[in-house]
Write a protein that binds this ligand. Structure first.
Ligand SMILES: [Zn+2]
Length: 103
């Protein structure tokens, strides 16, 4: 987040705080519309500051290939886990010559 974004986001969040302070039963619809616009503006600043949204939940490969079946949606880590599980199963069966691989 650069200096300009910090200033802009701070301003947007303080404005939203002010909306929260004045909110009441008699708040007119026009004011609600204004709050919506200010929320969208704040969200836009946050999204710009946060950068692109990661594809996966994986800290190691946030922009890696996706595997919808993986708990972290990371195909690379899921492949590594599957290989590890296969190697463990082979070792458990005591298969001679089964590679004892570590992942
Ligand atoms: Zn991963």
């Amino acid at each position: 987040m650069n200096e300009a974004q910090i200033i802009e986001l701070g301003r947007a969040l303080r404005l939203l705080g002010e909306h929260g302070e004045t909110l009441g039963r008699d708040t007119p619809t026009e004011k609600i519309t204004e709050i919506r616009n200010d929320l969208k503006r704040a969200l836009l600043i946050v999204e710009q500051a946060a950068g692109p949204k990661p594809y996966t939940d994986c800290k190691e490969h946030p922009f890696g290939a996706i595997d919808e079946d993986a708990p972290d949606r990371c195909l690379l880590c899921q492949t590594r886990r599957r290989r590890g599980e296969l190697a463990r199963q082979a070792n458990d069966r005591g298969m001679p010559g089964a590679p004892e691989r570590r992942y």
